[in-house]
Design a protein around this ligand. Structure first.
Ligand SMILES: Cc1ncc(C[n+]2csc(CCOP(=O)(O)OP(=O)(O)O)c2C)c(N)n1
Length: 559
């Protein structure tokens, strides 16, 4: 039998610690300070996906983690590699997604000497991660990585960051210290049960409720609590609304599903369900500004509140809470299921609301107008996708439209958007990560042309790796979302929001990608069919009605 080396170098120990936690794939971009790490990666079982920008390496790790629950890992070099990795870590952390960022760093021995790329990574990353560390010596590598995985997957999941100096990568590590608990490689790694007294109080409140309504955030999907949620909603006859990140908590075809609520993707019909509730049950939801339309729906004091969240800081932050249930969503909903009796609910208003919303949508989706209406794009894309397809939407036109009108058939993470920061240029890279997480299903990224400008470099990555993804570009030559804000909130005083039209299909062709530019609604179905069916990367550039002229489900503009 081959005996294991008794010492490893730091870079080899890092790779072993990743593998020990079940990591199979690392997204990243090379740099001078990363050379020993790359040597170790080269010799390892880990798959390395070379990206064209560290921002996208982090977004890929994020997309991978969102669809698998496993820790997504990204890496980059010192200096610019760290500042470029940061946006993805910030998004993942605020969205409760377990992502580990590793930046290599200048040697410990050259700190403080105006060394090229030197940067205080500890201070830089602290506010955007749940946990971070800068390694000073190789012997700490095993402990630091164990702590990072525990932090990312225990409690509220989040991002972690480790700075790995150049000389630390070459220093020895005792192989006996290199051990890992693989169960920490996936969230939720440690479930926390609710206080039975609080469960009893919540059950009592639900028993007396006339119109209880659930509002589910991303926590339901993260906790894999979809079955418990659906059963409880059925037992109570209660409607289930979701945030954008909560899509996938419940099969949106079912009678209990309301759809997305809030200022981005909510409609008057979904808002009416919230306003009619006498008890709101927030589940894995921070009750933030978008979901609650700046805390107006539900209005404070208009309904009693049960708030289930793994993070004790969340309940009570925005609403006075009658019953805070600090627990894993699956365990909390399971406990409530045991504690409440079945009752008759009335879903007729939910049904009528959904009909009204989708009748309005379908009428616009049939439109033969040019530029093509966003409704038409959503309807055609949704119709052509299999139920298990993964759809990632960027901010701008895609997010409100797909959140409102793309009906998720089934449960689990099949649709997502970067709702913590909503940075443009997320979807393409996140879709790459989602593809690696679930390669057996079709993955689609939908973006505005503003987003395209921020992610186009990764088209080469798609081509090089022959990924069968489809990118859909909603092309309107403007930062439409902001223009819509200038229209409704600033007297149509348009300023510095328009840019020139780009032929995105031609850009994709220059990368060697199969692509189409669509200007006529009648072409859309056929082109999308071909693009989605291809076993190679494809891009469809759709010249669309600009967002400020459209009927977007964004409450500020409707009002
Ligand atoms: C990195 C980043 N910068 C700025 C913004 C502010 N912002 C939000 S939506 C938007 C416009 C989006 O334009 P586009 O992608 O073309 O989509 P459209 O709104 O036109 O559909 C901007 C600039 C942002 N979300 N992210």
């Amino acid at each position: 039998m081959e005996s294991r080396a008794t010492t490893l170098n730091g870079a080899q120990a890092v790779v072993e610690m990743l593998g020990g936690h079940g990591v199979e794939i690392v997204f990243g971009l090379c740099g001078d300070t990363s050379l020993p790490l790359y040597d170790a990666l080269r010799a390892s079982q880990l798959r390395h996906i070379l990206t064209r920008d560290e921002r996208h390496a982090a977004y890929m790790a994020d997309g991978y983690a969102r669809v698998t629950g496993r820790v997504g890992v990204c890496e980059g070099p010192s200096g610019g590699g760290a500042t470029y990795l940061l946006p993805g870590l910030a998004e993942a952390n605020e969205s409760s997604v377990p992502v580990l960022g590793i930046n290599t760093d200048v040697s410990v021995s050259s700190r403080g000497r105006y060394t090229l790329t030197e940067l205080d990574q500890r201070t830089l990353m602290r506010p955007v991660t749940k946990w971070n560390a800068v390694l000073d010596r190789a012997a700490d590598i095993p402990r630091v990585f164990r702590q990072a995985f525990e932090a990312m997957t225990g409690g509220r999941p989040g991002a972690a960051h480790i700075a790995l100096p150049f000389d630390v990568q070459s220093a020895p590590v005792d192989a006996a210290d290199v051990w890992a608990d693989p169960s920490l490689g996936m969230a939720p790694s440690r479930r926390v049960a609710p206080d039975p007294e609080m469960v009893a109080l919540a059950a009592k409140l639900l028993r007396s409720a006339k119109k209880p309504v659930f509002i589910c955030g991303g926590g339901v999907v993260i906790s894999h609590a979809e079955a418990e949620l659906t059963e409880l909603a059925e037992k109570l006859g209660a409607p289930v609304a979701t945030t954008i990140s909560g899509k996938g908590s419940i099969d949106e075809r079912c009678a209990h599903a309301v759809g997305v609520v809030g200022s981005n993707g909510g409609t008057p019909e979904t808002r009416a369900v919230i306003d009619a509730a006498d008890v709101i049950v927030f589940v894995g939801c921070r009750a933030g500004s978008v979901t609650t339309e700046r805390w107006r729906h539900p209005a404070r004091g208009e309904s009693r509140i049960i708030h289930i969240d793994i993070d004790p800081a969340v309940p009570g932050r925005n609403y006075p809470v009658d019953v805070p249930l600090i627990a894993d969503a699956k365990l909390a909903l399971g406990a409530l299921l045991e504690a409440v009796p079945a009752r008759e609910g009335d879903l007729t208003a939910v049904d009528a609301g959904k009909r009204a919303k989708f009748e309005r949508f379908e009428a616009l989706a049939r439109s033969g107008e040019t530029p093509i209406r966003p409704e038409r794009v959503v309807a055609e894309v949704s119709r052509l996708l299999d139920a298990d397809a993964q759809l990632v939407a960027d901010p701008g036109t895609p997010c409100p439209y797909f959140s409102a009108y793309h009906v998720v058939r089934g449960t689990g993470r099949r649709y997502f958007s970067n709702r913590a920061h909503g940075a443009l240029g997320y979807a393409l890279a996140a879709a790459v990560g989602a593809h690696f997480g679930k390669p057996s299903v079709k993955t689609v990224a939908v973006m505005g042309d503003g987003s395209f400008g921020m992610c186009a470099g990764e088209l080469e990555t798609l081509l090089r790796l022959k990924l069968p993804l489809t990118a859909v570009v909603i092309s309107n030559a403007t930062y439409g979302w902001i223009k819509a804000g200038q229209k409704t909130g600033h007297g149509q005083r348009y300023f510095s929001v328009d840019f020139s039209a780009t032929d995105h299909a031609a850009v994709a062709s220059a990368y060697g990608m199969r692509s189409w530019r669509v200007t006529e609604p009648s072409q859309l179905q056929d082109v999308l069919k071909r693009a989605l069916a291809a076993a190679e990367p494809t891009l469809v550039d759709i010249v669309c009605q600009p967002l400020h002229e459209a009927s977007a489900p964004v409450s500020e503009w409707v009002a």
